[in-house]
Ligand binder design. Structure first.
Ligand code: NAP
Length: 248
């Protein structure tokens, strides 16, 4: 029987790297994406070409119907053992006094509400209380949860702070039900998300502020997520793990 993992936003960036590594570790992977079908299909092809199992499922994590369809697709592959709550957005650089209600709603809907809906569906399937056999949830937080992102996006930072609280609270809620819940807090990782900030060359500009003097790679975050999914972290739950080159 397949061990199934869902990676929300698994088509690009950190999610893509995580989906590929989960497949190498033997998971059948559900690669969720919002709009970029070509990228999602490329990830699925890379996994199936290597002998693994993967499906691409389009869906906006902020929409409950889409989340239910995403989990139904996972159910068809086998028992869900891992959820990576990775999908997230960053909006353009802005102070709070310039943020519209639409911007705030969209960001919190995707970054937080979506993660809550996915975590709820995962617990329903994994918890021994509901007849499941346990599993792991890994949430994508950010170093921004600690740093606050002033002048750049305190909305984004606050959404990641909420991810931290979701991680701590839910980890304790389901710790005796076979589910471990942890988060990674990446720093500056070289992905396309930074283009959304509208700041050209943001990743390169940030290098001098990082103690290790370089940005991280998506694979370096994926490796930590894989560890949090593995038996090597069997006594770790409620952890918020910095993956930030010392900038945390
Ligand atoms: P990315 O390269 O921009 O990729 C984002 C992924 O999320 C894409 O697969 C995208 O799908 C998907 N997505 C966006 N909105 C979605 C929605 N509403 N529903 C479902 N999927 C959606 O981003 P990334 O840098 O890999 O970031 C991944 C996560 O890590 C985010 O939560 C981000 O906040 C967090 N993070 C990133 C950094 C960094 O420096 N990169 C640092 C800290 C935390 P489409 O391709 O279809 O749009």
């Amino acid at each position: 029987m397949n061990r199934v993992a869902i990676v929300t936003g698994g088509s690009r960036g950190i999610g893509r790297a995580t989906a590929l590594k989960l497949a190498q570790a033997g998971y059948a992977v559900v690669v969720n994406y919002a709009t970029n079908e070509v990228a999602a299909r490329e990830v699925v092809a890379a996994i199936t070409g290597g002998g693994g199992t993967a499906v691409a499922v389009k869906g906006d994590v902020a929409r409950e119907d889409d989340v239910l369809a995403l989990f139904a697709a996972a159910d068809r592959l086998g028992p869900l053992k891992a959820l990576i709550n990775n999908a997230g957005i960053l909006d353009s650089q802005s102070r709070l006094d310039d943020m519209s209600l639409d911007r705030l709603r969209r960001l919190f809907d995707i970054n937080i509400l979506g993660s809550f809906l996915c975590a709820r569906e995962a617990v329903k399937r994994m918890s021994v209380k509901h007849g499941g056999t346990g599993g792991v949830i890994v949430n994508q937080s950010s170093a921004a949860a600690v740093l606050g992102a002033p002048g750049l996006g305190v909305d984004y930072a606050a959404s990641k702070g909420a991810m931290d609280v979701l991680t701590i609270g839910l980890s304790r809620e389901v710790a005796a039900e076979g589910i471990r819940v942890n988060a990674v807090r990446p720093g500056i990782i070289d992905t396309e998300i930074h283009d959304s900030s509208g700041i050209k060359g943001r990743v390169q500009m940030m290098r001098e502020h990082i103690p290790m003097k370089r940005e991280g790679k998506a694979e370096e975050v994926a490796d930590v997520i894989l560890w949090l999914c593995s038996e090597q972290s069997s006594y770790v739950t409620g952890a918020l793990v910095p993956v930030a080159g010392g900038r945390c």
